[in-house]
Design a protein. Structure first.
Length: 245
């Protein structure tokens, strides 16, 4: 378990046994971006800092993708689309998930059932017209919570230990993440992505788990979803990588 998180601190957590996690504290500089031009400058400054032997840790919001597509830049909000701290060092630690007793208020969804149904109908129409072949429809859940944010993350990682957990304390905002997916990893000139598609409920025992795994691996719909997202990411990588590399 890591200590209380100070403002400007980022924890990157691999919650599986025997793995290394990293803590970045006391940034010597913080970078933010709220426009497409600022995002480009931020990325250039990150490259410069890392080239000098410093460390960079932070986040780029999903909506930052709008900045990369001129036709979508009108959708950008005034909220920061990226935040990074620049650090002189990083601390390696072994994270031990520990269940925490937490109390949260009743969650309230921010999208009505009728609005959801309308959006699904519009998405199906766009798919039928060939405008797109996959969309991710999301909404927000809101609830009251008065304990430390770290306690909530401990609870999540105890229930679902994952490779890609994170906690960022940005003063008035705290970001918690617990994902089993690797969006992408760049090592030198090599980029790796490990998307996941397809879900099934856990079994009551190991034997049922194996049966459900076999079903999931051979289910036509879930395999199609997986192939679709792999093809999508391959197309995205093709826009920035050398063909055949």
């Amino acid at each position: 378990m890591f200590p209380r998180i100070q403002v400007g601190t980022v924890a990157l957590i691999h919650a599986l046994p025997g793995a290394s996690s990293y803590l970045f504290r006391n940034p010597v500089e913080t970078l933010t971006a709220s426009t497409a031009d600022e995002l480009e400058e931020l990325l250039q400054r990150l490259d410069s800092a890392v080239a000098k032997g410093l460390y960079a840790a932070g986040y780029i919001a999903y909506e930052a993708g709008y900045a990369l597509e001129p036709s979508l830049q009108r959708l950008l909000s005034p909220q920061p689309m990226a935040w990074f701290g620049i650090y002189t060092d990083r601390e390696r630690f072994s994270y031990q998930p520990e269940p925490s007793q937490i109390a949260i208020g009743d969650p309230a969804i921010t999208m009505s059932a009728s609005t959801f149904a309308d959006k699904v109908a519009r998405i199906k129409q766009h798919i039928e017209q060939g405008d797109t072949y996959q969309l991710n429809l999301t909404t927000k859940l809101r609830w009251s919570y008065t304990d430390f944010p770290e306690a909530l993350l401990h609870h999540i990682l105890a229930v679902q230990p994952v490779e890609f957990g994170a906690f960022l304390n940005l003063d008035s905002t705290q970001i918690l993440s617990a994902s089993p997916e690797l969006f992408f990893r760049r090592e030198g000139n090599r980029i790796t992505t490990r998307p996941m598609k397809g879900t099934v409920q856990r079994g009551r025992n190991l034997e049922e788990d194996r049966e459900k795994m076999a079903w999931l691996a051979n289910d036509e719909k879930n395999r199609a979803e997986n192939l679709m997202i792999v093809d999508l990411l391959r197309n995205d990588l093709g826009r920035i990588c050398a063909t055949g590399s």
